[in-house]
Write a protein that binds this ligand. Sequence first.
Ligand SMILES: O=S(=O)(O)c1ccc(O)c(O)c1
Ligand SMILES: [Fe+2]
Length: 357
Amino acid sequence: PPTTPSLPTVPPPDVIRCAYAELIVTDLAAARAFYVDVLGLVVTHEDDHALYLRAFEEYLHHSLIVRVGAVPALSVLAYRVRSEAELDVAEAYYRQLGVRVERRPAGATRGIGAAVRVEDPLGFPIEFFYTAEHTERFTQRYDMHPAGALARLDHFNVNTPDVPAARRYYEGLGFRVSEDIVDGDGTVYAAWLFRKPTVHDIALTGGDGPRLHHIAFAAQERHQILHVCDHLGALRQSDVIERGPGRHGVSNAFYLYLRDPDGHRIEIYTHDYYTGDPDNPVIHWDVHDNQRRDWWGNPVVPSWYTEASDVLDLDGRVQKVVPRTDSNEMDVTVGADGFSYAREGDTSTGFKLGTQI
Ligand SMILES: O=S(=O)(O)c1ccc(O)c(O)c1
Ligand SMILES: [Fe+2]
């Protein structure tokens, strides 16, 4: 499990929001068919090696880079900081944490200015940047919007074995917790933390890690999410739909989880809530509450608990995965939540799946 870093004496960089990710895929054409033809992301730039994609509200160069490579993996999660000056702060902060830190010149990533890239204490490749090339914002280019248009990148979700340690690390970066899932003996199964005033920029899901659980885009309306389901059905690709559509308990968002051709998990999500006031109340969910992950009590498919993407170090090598030692949510709730209550204390009629599994 990640060691709890000593508290650095320098302040953390001023993170604005999650801004882009880079995924390695093994077949660029297959990935293009998914991310562009089905999800409708806008192509800012493409070449033989990579696609630079953006959601419709994004005016920076990209929200997602899809790059061809030998093994499917996450190669960076990038946060935008408030100014170029924050890059020096980021470098000092992470050097204090004693982790690997690299400065990247402007243009090292197409469309992105100078940046600081680190292997964070949880083992993830993280980038901080401010300057980026502006491109046309398609918010009102309704002539370009497909029926399943995605508005913006909303959050990253990562598997990490020790959620409390990961939470402390992100709180050290100035993130605040909006919701978490716990049990009676204090085990923490998941936590959601934010910088932008929504439910999360990063979610920490207890599990073997470092691994990427998913990247989420927000849609403006539920009908866009439903259209993506119908579109996949028409393509006879219903197996791309892993979980949902449904309504989350945590975050209150209407959601859908898809798996891309390499197995990377993409969530489409809408209608979470504002968290920007200093006294935003934290919501704690009981791991045995069957409505925590799906407000309608529908089961979480086992693959959602077990499968995730490898992550790369700054040299492009797959990071070693550390097993979780705290109890796992899937074991505690017996896989697809068959033994979690709809009404606390109601153990006679309250189990939705009951003895079906
Ligand atoms: O399944 S959960 O309701 O816990 C949930 C909430 C918000 C998310 O972004 C998510 O991926 C999962
Ligand atoms: Fe999510």
